[in-house]
Design a protein around this ligand. Sequence first.
Ligand code: AMP
Length: 273
Amino acid sequence: MKILQTIDELKTFRATLKGPVGLVPTMGALHNGHLSLIQQSCNENEHTIVSIFVNPTQFLAGEDFEKYPKKTEADIKICELCGVEALFMPDVQTMYTSLEPSILAPSSKSYILEGLARPGHFDGVLQVVLKLFHLSKPHRAYFGKKDAQQLYLIQNMVQTLFLDVQIIPCEIVREDDGLALSSRNVYLSNEQRSEALLISKSLKTATRAIIAGTRDIATIKHEMLLTLEPLHVEYVEILRRDFDTIETIDLGNTIILVCAKVGTTRLIDNLWI
Ligand code: AMP
């Protein structure tokens, strides 16, 4: 596996590739969620490029940019074992200059939910993803449904900027007890980890209500909030998959999204129904 750190290295490597290329953008500290994206890319493409870059422009002042978990050696091993052909690990100076054109995600869909708590976050995400697309020219790029709003905004960018890449949404990978995998789970103490289970539990509450025939959004949100009661809930939303509001469940076109703080750690999860 090649480890690439500069733009030239990546461009030169990319020029040697003939068949379909899959790209898996990550911020590292790889876990089984990332692994499933990487494996899917390796299965579906002749070549897979993984990027590891903790992108400063998607962090707000006071967030965990400086202390974001890093485990570079293990990440390299994981990628090697998965059959990744190249791991792109640039530093900040490589990816950014002091004169950057800004990219603005559509505010009606990027200043709600995650974007309400983290204004500008998605502008930074789109900025770095666009750069990664230009550099690695992937045929397919793999993103987790775990970050549903991010996935939607990236799909929207690809469509509106006529980018020639297919976005592949990948299923959320969970621990056996339901906790969605996240690099930030390492911040949780044992006790906080148990509390965090209420998040996936609230999504099960919603599933049960829907199976029982409930379609009214307000009723389902109320039941979820009861399950989430002990936590500091930032939002519980039930929206159409294009992040527009709805009043009743539209089966096959709905996402239920939760964000709660456990200690100082913000955790997100969602369910596509
Ligand atoms: P990150 O390193 O957190 O930026 O995540 C890189 C990619 O992995 C994103 O597309 C995430 O949505 C995806 N991802 C993170 N956690 C999970 C998970 N538990 N299941 C599936 N995909 C995930």
